[in-house]
Ligand binder design. Structure first.
Ligand code: S3P
Length: 444
């Protein structure tokens, strides 16, 4: 396994400069919704059928974790998964630690969901996940009576010990994080009384929507969300939309590549996720939204994007949580825009799969762009990208963002350490190649 990791960490993308993105495609399923479909389907009474499931390593890590806890899950096959729910109290202790790979969502949501199960379980992850902050979930869970050990630095492995029971809490979150909110609401399903969370700014609400879809009441009072413990989930069917976070690379690519005209089908348009559209439009992007409809409790639409001359902007801080995963792609848009783009209020980017502020600044500088990191953001001066070699630091979204940068560069861009693209976007190079990105994948 160690040898394999080493080999795959050498996966490299080489992308020839120029070209346009032209075509009509559907990117893979939404990662956040895919994770939650497995979690709620497993705890439900009855059989949950999922379509459009993301067969990427992160969502598959969640799926495997529930199999390890005794849930029968068929598939995935072409995005279809059938989950035979075991009910709220039907999970069994796994034989060993649950390995969640690169997936922060799996670890933080499972920490909440497993805190009140009554068996001991250990959550582990890869090198990147083992560096990410977990106190943001273990501390509020401790207020609810959970017993979870971390390393002295507050990182994984998380050892979750059985306790007599959890009690509800009323927690004001210091960071705008859907993972923390979801973790506490999931723990709240098993707690006595009511569990309330207040978020400092709106974050993605897939947990609340899907809980309601499974028949569980989620209470809402302004910025507070709450659940009452002791209820049940009833199985339902889930149609997972295409992931707007994966579509974002194509929205940026088609905007910066002259002569592009690209349609992206069935994209999730949840208003807590659409910051990338707002920000790109403020920069002058040409994006049309068509066939707005609803699929399984989530808004979806088809997007048509054509090339446009982008301009630098000051990114509104209220858009940060609504576009939190899209900044690597947006920084590439800023590098190709006329003038300066300024981002503030985004310190969270430093604790994602990599330090996305530093890693993007380093890569953009290597490609001849003036990019100045600040403690909570970045200042990017639009200019001419040149060819060169950049390191993604094993971060899927950094790798895909720099692949798109080649569309606007004067020379070839080589990107190291791209294997983790499979965590969120299996088949990225093939799909991007099919609409005009001149990308080849090497394993050297
Ligand atoms: C996610 C929430 C976000 C996001 C992550 C997925 C989720 O993290 O970055 O990719 O599914 O809840 P935070 O809520 O910690 O910002």
């Amino acid at each position: 396994m160690k040898g394999m990791d080493k080999l795959s960490s050498k996966l490299q993308f080489s992308v020839s400069p120029g070209g346009s993105l032209i075509g009509d495609v559907r990117v893979p399923g939404d990662k956040s919704i895919s994770h939650r479909s497995i979690m709620f389907g497993s705890l439900a009474q009855g059989v949950t059928r999922v379509e459009g499931f993301l067969q990427g390593e992160d969502a598959l890590a969640t799926l495997q974790a529930f199999r390890d806890m005794g849930v029968e899950i068929e598939g995935p096959s072409e995005g279809r998964v059938i989950i035979h729910g075991v009910g709220m109290h039907g999970l069994q202790a796994p034989d060993g630690p649950l390995d969640l790979g690169n997936s922060g969502t799996s670890m933080r949501l499972l920490a909440g969901l497993l805190a009140g199960q009554g068996f001991e379980v250990t959550l582990i992850g890869d090198e990147s996940l083992s560096r990410r902050p977990m106190k943001r979930v273990t501390e509020p869970l401790a207020l609810m009576g959970a017993e979870i050990n971390t390393t002295p630095k507050g990182t994984a492995p998380l050892v979750i010990r059985p306790v007599d029971g959890l009690r509800g809490c009323d927690y004001r979150m210091p960071v705008a994080s859907a993972q923390v909110k979801s973790c506490l609401l999931l723990a709240g399903l098993y707690a006595q009384g009511e569990t309330w969370v207040t978020e400092p700014a709106p974050t993605r609400d897939h947990t609340e929507r899907m809980l309601r879809g499974f028949g569980y009441e989620v209470m809402q009072e302004g910025p507070r969300r709450g659940v009452r413990g002791g209820g049940a989930l009833i199985a339902c069917d889930i149609d997972v939309p295409a992931d707007i976070s994966s579509a974002a690379f194509f929205l940026v690519g088609a905007s910066i590549a002259a002569g592009s005209d690209l349609v992206l089908r069935h994209v999730g348009m949840n208003p807590t996720r659409d910051g990338v559209l707002t920000i790109l439009r403020l920069m002058g992007a040409d994006i049309e939204v068509a066939k707005e409809r609803e699929a399984g409790g989530e808004p979806v639409a088809d997007l048509r994007v054509r090339s446009a001359q982008l301009k630098g902007i000051r990114i509104p801080e209220d858009q940060v949580p609504l576009a939190i995963d899209e900044f690597p792609a947006l920084f590439v848009a800023a590098a190709c825009a006329e003038g300066e783009t300024v981002l503030t209020g985004a310190e969270e980017l430093r604790v994602k799969e990599s330090d996305r502020i530093q890693v993007m600044a380093d890569g953009l500088q290597a490609l001849g762009i003036e990019a100045r990191p600040t403690p909570d953001g970045i200042v990017i001066q639009g200019g001419q990208l040149r060819g060169g070699r950049v390191d993604s630091h094993g971060d899927h979204r950094i790798a895909m963002a720099f692949a798109m940068a080649a569309l606007c560069a004067s020379g070839e861009i080589r990107i190291d350490d791209c294997a983790n693209v499979n965590t969120s976007f299996p088949g990225f190079a093939e799909l991007a190649g099919s609409v005009g990105l001149q990308v080849s994948v090497q394993n050297d």
